[in-house]
Write a protein that binds this ligand. Structure first.
Ligand SMILES: *Cc1c(COP(=O)(O)O)cnc(C)c1O
Length: 404
């Protein structure tokens, strides 16, 4: 079976993990801090807070921003369920802003219209969570303008997007995809120029992996401190954060919030540091694979991924769309034929609100028409650094057979 995505583990990754197994720290220790600093430095952010998954990082990001039962979080319907679940964990309400059919990210025009309507009824969101789908950055500058006007906070779900970059000055245009890695007008996703918090995932199918793991970046000292505390039981051992207690009692730690155990281990962090060293190689390799697909599939009646010339995708996924052009085969047929040829294509994503759990909350089919149209056309074909030439050729050949 050729998977749609998988990890790339080197001998140096293995050595880095073994090193930790022989050291004094297994759970969160000095290596987690080193990993946090490495990711924050790479992104140009002040703080990094590592967790045991992106799902936990999204949860503590919402908590740190004070999301609670009377609040509303808006995200994209075309995302993994975790982007929406984190709001429900906090007792908040969830709503969805439809995508645009070019980037497949949250549509900024639709966001603006929805904000105008929500202001009239007093239902403005506390947090808006754009998702950089497939690693293609959302238009964060435009979303930030709306955040300032309508007074909401921004968490980026960048689970797909470590290594992605966006143009910082809106004037520079990328000549070719390989240029941007070195172009200084392109800044890494995660620097939080336009957001309060940005969250990455290190699940094995993502760009770099720690087995399971996530990390939140922020430039805000208070948010960083709050996320650190929520990550570890709501407990602090910093005397300046503690409440006054009698001097003859030992109070070397205090619980001040209801937190969780969302800690990353040093074992995972060692793998993360080692993987981070190959991040730009991984992303370059993904671009080369995309170039081969772009060339090999260009004559077929399918739509190929769009790439903004103002950003550099991390190419987490390569999504083809079947029903957009006059296709002789349905999405379902293409999916079944690829599967029966041992190519494990996937669909990213079913609109979250169409999940049975969300339908029970009252969401109805038809709510976000673009997300539903995308759901009926998109397929993710194999895309990962270790994809071999003959595997990719097989994928291209079978797609040609399907449409011949
Ligand atoms: C993978 C993913 C998550 C969850 O990441 P975990 O690390 O598995 O918890 C959240 N959002 C999106 C968009 C993802 O792709």
């Amino acid at each position: 079976m050729i998977p749609y995505g998988r990890q790339d583990i080197s001998q140096s990754d293995i050595d880095a993990v073994i090193e930790i197994l022989k050291s004094d720290f297994l759970t969160q220790g000095p290596t987690v801090e080193k990993f946090e600093n490495s990711v924050a430095t790479y992104c140009g952010a002040r703080h990094g807070i590592a967790t045991n998954s992106a799902t936990s990082a999204l949860h503590i990001a919402c908590l740190a921003l004070g999301l609670g039962p009377k609040d509303i979080l808006w995200t994209s319907p075309t995302t993994f369920v975790a982007s929406a679940n984190c709001a429900l964990y906090c007792g908040a309400s969830i709503d969805f802003v439809d995508i645009d059919l070019q980037s497949h990210n949250m549509c900024v025009k639709k966001l603006e219209h929805k904000l105008i309507e929500a202001e009239k009824t007093g239902n403005l969101p506390k947090i808006v969570m754009p998702v950089h789908l497939t690693g293609q950055p959302s238009d964060m500058a435009a979303i930030k303008v709306l955040a300032d006007r309508y007074n909401f906070k921004i968490i980026e779900d960048a689970s797909h997007a470590i290594g992605a970059k966006y143009c910082s000055d809106n004037t520079t245009v990328m000549q070719s995809n390989s240029d941007s890695a070195s172009n200084e007008n392109f800044l890494p996703i995660g620097n939080c120029q336009y957001s309060d918090i940005c969250v990455f995932s290190f699940h094995p199918v993502k760009i770099i992996t720690t087995g399971e793991g996530g990390l939140a970046t922020t430039n805000d000292n208070t948010l960083a401190e709050r996320m650190q505390r929520f990550r570890s039981h709501g407990v602090t051992s910093n005397p300046s954060d503690m409440f006054e207690r009698p001097n003859d009692e030992i109070w070397n730690y205090q619980q001040t919030l209801l937190g969780y155990n969302y800690r990353m281990t040093d074992i995972q962090a060692a793998l993360g540091i080692s993987q981070l060293g190959r991040l730009s190689k991984f992303v370059q390799r993904r671009h080369l694979i995309a170039d081969v697909y772009n060339e090999g599939l260009k004559d077929l009646p399918i739509a190929l991924p769009w790439q903004s010339n103002q950003s550099y995708s991390s190419y987490h996924l390569y999504v083809i769309k079947i029903n957009e052009l006059d296709s002789p085969k349905t999405q379902r047929e293409v999916y079944d034929i690829l599967q029966s040829n041992n190519i494990n294509v996937n669909l990213h994503y079913i609109p979250v609100y169409r999940q049975p759990y969300y339908e029970k909350l009252g969401f109805k089919q038809g709510y976000c028409s673009n997300a539903e149209r995308y759901h009926k056309s998109a397929l993710s074909i194999p895309m990962f650094p270790k994809l071999e030439k003959i595997q990719q050729t097989k994928v291209i050949e079978i797609l040609h057979e399907i449409f011949s």
